[in-house]
Design a protein around this ligand. Structure first.
Ligand SMILES: NC(=O)c1ccc[n+]([C@@H]2O[C@H](COP(=O)([O-])OP(=O)(O)OC[C@H]3O[C@@H](n4cnc5c(N)ncnc54)[C@H](O)[C@@H]3O)[C@@H](O)[C@H]2O)c1
Ligand SMILES: O=C(O)C1=N[C@H](C(=O)O)CCC1
Length: 250
């Protein structure tokens, strides 16, 4: 069986360098390119890459995906910064590239994917829902892509169930004291030396609370999800948002 020809963009970064090692160690994959900032994207075409693992920055990801899709290369994307406008633009590029697939995974770790699923399931049963995400201080974006996605999933579940807005009597607050409002769900971002990637979903009802917590302790936690994404995206044309779509969770 021929090996999947895989390239990594952002290959010298924190997660990209780990992804390079994971692809090299996978029996069914061949690492054909490992590119960093300033490297020529044309190398992907010359190397015959079938799938690009995109782990760069929100500033770079759109140009990289535009190039990949114009050359029929599938994408597995961990880079954050996804807005509805960006997703719409990506869908347009995919429409013009029949057969090509892109997976956007706000988080590649199994525990984080399950946290999102559990939070989505629990959201309608509690009056209050808030998220605390905690990351290393070198992270460029806040809130994290995972927290933003979790908040949207909670908000969707609550809206579908007809839940009223959350109780909150705050009338006076310092800017930021109640976190960022993501679709009505407050998200609080901590940046602390010593941490990697952590999230708590706090749910509150009358006389009880439920806390769902996940901790990524090392970048290795993201690698099985990345490799699964590479294996599955080649037969999943169009846009897939969330690794849960490639896991048989239900
Ligand atoms: N989805 C997940 O599970 C997951 C996990 C960890 C990190 N991330 C995300 O991945 C991204 C990278 O995170 P990081 O901690 O590795 O950051 P990082 O700053 O360590 O790495 C980013 C790398 O991309 C390079 N780069 C920038 N522009 C580029 C370009 N045009 N082409 C190629 N390389 C380019 C940078 O030079 C840098 O080496 C962030 O958006 C982060 O939030 C996602
Ligand atoms: O380290 C990061 O940066 C991470 N980014 C993703 C996010 O923003 O959710 C996933 C967790 C690690």
């Amino acid at each position: 069986m021929s090996k999947l020809r895989v390239a990594v963009l952002g290959a010298k970064g924190r997660i990209g360098s780990e992804a390079v090692r994971a692809v090299e160690a996978a029996d069914d994959m061949e690492l054909v390119a490992a590119l960093g900032r300033g490297d020529e994207l044309q190398t992907l075409v010359e190397a015959g890459a079938q799938v690009v693992v995109e782990l760069t920055t929100p500033d770079a990801v759109m140009d990289n995906l535009d190039f990949c899709l114009r050359h029929g290369i599938h994408g597995v994307v961990g880079t954050t910064g996804w807005t509805e406008d960006r997703l719409a633009q990506l869908r347009g590029w995919l429409d013009a590239a029949p057969g090509a697939g892109v997976l956007i995974a706000p988080n590649f770790s199994l525990g984080a994917v399950l946290t999102m699923r559990f939070a989505q399931q629990a959201a309608r049963f509690f009056e209050s829902a808030e998220i605390v995400e905690l990351h290393h201080p070198n992270k460029a974006d806040a809130p994290s892509g995972t927290a933003a996605r979790t908040a949207r999933l909670i908000a969707e579940a609550r809206a579908q169930a007809g839940c009223p807005p959350q109780p909150d009597a705050t009338t006076t607050a310092l800017d930021g004291a109640r976190g960022a409002d993501v679709d009505g769900v407050p998200v609080h971002s901590v940046r602390l030396r010593g941490l990697l990637a952590h999230q708590e979903v706090l749910l509150g009802g009358v006389g009880e609370t439920l806390t769902i917590r996940h901790d990524s302790l090392h970048h290795s936690s993201f690698m099985p999800g990345i490799l699964l994404g590479v294996r599955r995206v080649v037969s999943a044309p169009g846009l897939t948002v969330g690794l849960e779509n490639f896991l048989d969770l239900d």
